[in-house]
Design a binder for this molecule. Structure first.
Ligand SMILES: CCCCCCCCCCCCC[C@H](O)CC(=O)SCCNC(=O)CCNC(=O)[C@H](O)C(C)(C)COP(=O)(O)OP(=O)(O)OC[C@H]1O[C@@H](n2cnc3c(N)ncnc32)[C@H](O)[C@@H]1OP(=O)(O)O
Ligand SMILES: NC(=O)c1ccc[n+]([C@@H]2O[C@H](COP(=O)([O-])OP(=O)(O)OC[C@H]3O[C@@H](n4cnc5c(N)ncnc54)[C@H](O)[C@@H]3O)[C@@H](O)[C@H]2O)c1
Length: 301
């Protein structure tokens, strides 16, 4: 259990607040989560700078945002396609892209991190000035160790797909000031999300409950007690989940899932729940990361 107090903090966005009222947001990491958060922030009138390691990745992020916005306006502006197109252009104008994290931080009220689920990489990033974190499983306090602004540091855990999922877990550490925590709560509400308050404990609320369930599904399948298809159907039709565990893993990204499990296993090596999975390791080694690469547990397209 000691592991858990350290562990489920992974998998969210770490954030640093520079100013109490958040208008300008810099998001580091333009992958699934960073692009989704950028879209929602820009759609709700925030100015966003999206930072990643290459122009190519950032162009892909913008294209992803545009595609997702098209799905949003199809419903929202069903009778007014021109207004829908105008909305898309206005939102895109609120998003600029950059490969220079240091420079992009200067004008930000909130620096929000949504990069790869790797403690060392996240810690290196937080050696920069003020940041918020989007880790799925890392203790935000561990990441915060590399910043000198501990009172302005907290966690925002968004859910995938960000434009559709209403929840944000707002995470305070023992050093997060009340002002910072309130700013993160208010920012989440300004995005149109419903925030819940969490302590910096492993998995916060959702992943503390979700990960053991997902791991049990994997073990059940590895024991030969159910095909992945049947397990997914069972959990959708029997438990009312929108996706089964294998579909959800493909959706999250098997690389991210492996980072989460390996990180937790390193902290609690004797916990059978986090023992490595040959099936998962094989898929990741083959570059089959799920929906984003066209194949994971299932094939896409
Ligand atoms: C088994 C192996 C185990 C291994 C171990 C596991 C380790 C643990 C892993 C933990 C991972 C944690 C990750 C993270 O920290 C926490 C998370 O984020 S967990 C993920 C939470 N998300 C979910 O649970 C998603 C569940 N799925 C859904 O809600 C829906 O399926 C969906 C994604 C919304 C899609 O809905 P569908 O009905 O299936 O499909 P449609 O395509 O018809 O979409 C419906 C509706 O939504 C609109 N839409 C969908 N996506 C977007 C988008 N990106 N942007 C904009 N709009 C979108 C779509 O247009 C439709 O609109 P409509 O037509 O209705 O107007
Ligand atoms: N995928 C999910 O369902 C999900 C849900 C909630 C939280 N999270 C968490 O959000 C974070 C991001 O996950 P994702 O799914 O968006 O991953 P992703 O792989 O889609 O995107 C990560 C992005 O970070 C970029 N990156 C890596 N190192 C960087 C650096 N030093 N500077 C700038 N950019 C860098 C990569 O180029 C990539 O574009 C992870 O911590 C993950 O655990 C993921």
């Amino acid at each position: 259990m000691a592991f858990f107090t350290h562990q489920i903090r992974r998998g969210f966005s770490s954030s640093i607040i520079k100013n109490g009222v958040i208008k300008n947001v810099t998001i580091i990491g333009g992958g699934q989560m960073g692009a989704g958060i950028a879209q929602v922030a820009a759609s709700t009138g925030h100015t966003v700078t999206l930072v990643d390691t290459s122009e190519d990745i950032l162009k892909k992020s913008r294209k992803g945002i545009e595609g997702s916005l098209k799905r949003v306006v199809k419903k929202k502006f069903a009778d007014k396609p021109e207004a829908g197109e105008e909305f898309i252009q206005n939102v895109l104008q609120n998003v600029s892209i950059s490969t220079d994290a240091g420079a992009s931080v200067q004008a930000a009220d909130l620096l929000l991190e949504a990069i790869v689920e790797n403690l060392k990489v996240k810690q290196d990033l937080f050696a920069l000035p003020p940041v918020s974190l989007n880790t799925s499983s890392l203790p935000i306090t561990d990441i915060a160790g590399s910043t000198s602004r501990l009172d302005r540091f907290g966690g925002l855990h968004f859910f995938n797909p960000v434009p559709m999922m209403k929840l944000v877990e707002v995470v305070g550490t023992s050093t997060t000031s009340q002002e910072t925590f309130d700013s993160l709560l208010n920012f989440s509400k300004a995005l149109g999300k419903t925030p819940v308050s969490c302590k910096d404990t492993p998995g916060f609320i959702v992943n503390r409950l979700l990960v053991p369930y997902m791991m049990e599904a994997l073990r059940l399948h590895e024991r030969g007690h159910g095909s992945k298809e049947d397990i997914d159907i069972a959990m959708k039709l029997g438990a009312g989940y929108p996706m089964g565990p294998f579909e959800l893993c493909d959706y999250v990204g098997l690389d991210t899932v492996k980072f989460i499990i390996d990180g937790w296993s390193a902290k609690d090596p004797h916990n059978p729940l986090f023992a490595s999975s040959e099936l998962l390791n094989k898929l990741v080694a083959e570059g089959k990361y799920g929906k984003k690469t066209g194949e994971g547990f299932y094939k896409y397209k």
